[in-house]
Design a binder for this molecule. Structure first.
Ligand code: ZN
Length: 160
């Protein structure tokens, strides 16, 4: 069975940046499962997997535009430190979750001054070209429920 819209695709992957650093990998755990054509994964990877089948291996480099987007300067903001509550020792590189107009968003602290903290709301992988080493382990039909929900249920997928 080939990867196409409304199929469930299950695959192992290792994600590296251009320096060869491993950013993420499924090698030590369950493979990832997603519903093809539903926007569950980044567009560049979805496109690369289209038409492939179980057992296929691919290595694909994806530009930020087809990955987590380009970095946007307007997502960087300096706020009074007192607005960050409940954390004793703020450090550069620390990630905070906050409610924003786009839902829950992760912010990374990129600068600290006496009274202010500079937060970066860009996705940590925004602006980063991504290389995926992929091995497809299974392609199957999606259930009616999965199609209705727009995501995969069961191992490697979405749980309720
Ligand atoms: Zn569901």
């Amino acid at each position: 069975m080939q990867v196409a819209d409304d199929k469930v695709v299950i695959f192992h992957y290792t994600l590296t940046n251009d320096a060869g650093d491993v950013l993420d990998s499924s090698a030590d755990g369950d493979p990832l499962a997603y519903l093809h054509g539903a926007g569950n994964i980044i567009p560049g990877l979805e496109q690369a997997l289209s038409g492939k089948a179980a057992g296929d291996k691919l290595n694909v480099r994806i530009n930020p535009e087809d990955g987590y987007g380009t970095r946007q300067d307007e997502l960087i903001q300096e706020i009074p430190r007192e607005l960050i509550q409940g954390i004793e020792n703020l450090e550069i590189g620390m990630q905070l979750q906050a409610q924003s107009e786009h839902g829950m968003q992760v912010f990374t602290i990129i600068e600290l001054a006496d009274d202010t903290a500079t937060l970066d709301g860009n996705h940590p992988l925004a602006g980063v070209p991504l290389t995926f080493d992929v091995e497809i382990t299974e392609v199957r039909e999606a259930s009616d429920e999965e199609l209705a929900h727009g995501h995969v249920h069961g191992p490697g997928g979405h749980h309720h």
